[in-house]
Design a protein around this ligand. Structure first.
Ligand SMILES: [Zn+2]
Length: 305
């Protein structure tokens, strides 16, 4: 399986260095990624998370809450949407037939509307809690305005399938190959999950918002910036489960680093390492020299790692 790492619209949170650990000051806004995957399956394209989408870019106020717009001020550039990057890579967005979601927060689900031919897979508990809109914060983070895909949602119970490196996994995802696995990692939300993708003898694990900062997964000295520690506390739905899952992910990294490449949604360093390019630029297609019969293009190698 060929996999492309995409940053589908950065966010620029208040707190600068306190959040990302690398902006020069705490007065300037920080920079977080929105790490999505585009997977080339045998017969279709599969997205893991969608980031923010074209409708969010064109009309943010009607789609997102003022609370998060002011707090994280997304860098709304249409060229960074999954839709546009799928095209830049030389694919047809209509061939995106499946989207696997880590969770339904606005910055992961905003691009759903751009792929009307896709079945959307997630945990049942994620759908139920997001739809229920029980708290004020739920209504800011889960945005029904982004859910035109609702009749194409397929939901799964956690822990119906076999184990995956000691973690629960859901049973096979409808229409998807066994190389794509949904791994419940409850805590950030009630139905939060990681998505594992097998390539050869190695797995990628997109751990979503199970953690936010690369050093949180340091097996010896886990640490997090104060701003992201606060943000995770503010957003968490089940603290015990979240911290327990972080411990298990650290243990996975310690014991299986050669078999599992672990990364999260919002860490810039991880995104830039895995994509091989700056988080500021979209994925692109490599264009080969012009052939005798006209321009020939080929799909990107740069971001396929
Ligand atoms: Zn997030």
């Amino acid at each position: 399986m060929r996999v492309h790492h995409l940053n589908c619209i950065s966010t620029c949170p208040l707190g600068g260095k306190l959040m990302d650990g690398r902006t020069e000051s705490i007065i300037r806004r920080g920079h977080l990624a929105c790490h999505c995957l585009l997977v080339e399956g045998n017969s279709s394209l599969i997205l893991v998370d969608t980031g923010l989408g074209r409708r969010d870019v064109s009309d943010p106020e009607s789609r997102l809450s003022w609370f998060f717009l002011s707090l994280v001020s997304p860098d709304f550039r249409e060229e960074m949407t999954a839709f546009r990057q799928v095209r830049r890579l030389g694919y047809d967005p209509r061939d995106v037939r499946h989207i696997v979601l880590t969770h339904l927060d606005f910055d992961h689900a905003g691009g759903l509307d751009d792929f009307p031919h896709a079945t959307v897979h997630m945990l049942a508990s994620e759908r139920d809690a997001a739809v229920a809109q029980k708290t004020w914060l739920d209504r800011q983070r889960f945005r029904p305005q982004q859910w035109s895909s609702r009749d194409r949602w397929r939901v799964y119970q956690a822990g119906e399938g076999e184990r995956w490196f000691g973690f629960d996994r859901v049973r096979a995802l409808e229409g998807l190959p066994p190389e794509i696995v949904l791994v419940p990692l409850i805590g950030h939300t009630f139905g939060h999950a990681g998505v594992a993708v097998q390539r050869g003898d190695k797995w990628l694990l997109q751990a979503g918002d199970a953690y936010f900062f690369h050093a949180e997964m340091d097996p010896e000295h886990p640490r997090c910036t104060p701003g992201l520690r606060f943000y995770q506390w503010m957003m968490e739905k089940d603290r015990r489960a979240r911290l327990w899952n972080q411990r298990r992910l650290r243990e996975l990294r310690r014991t299986h680093a050669s078999e599992v490449e672990l990364f999260c949604s919002h860490d810039l360093l991880e995104l830039e390492r895995l994509s091989g390019r700056s988080a500021e630029v979209p994925a692109r297609m490599i264009v080969r020299p012009v052939a005798a019969h006209g321009p020939e293009t080929t799909k990107s190698d740069v971001s396929a790692r």
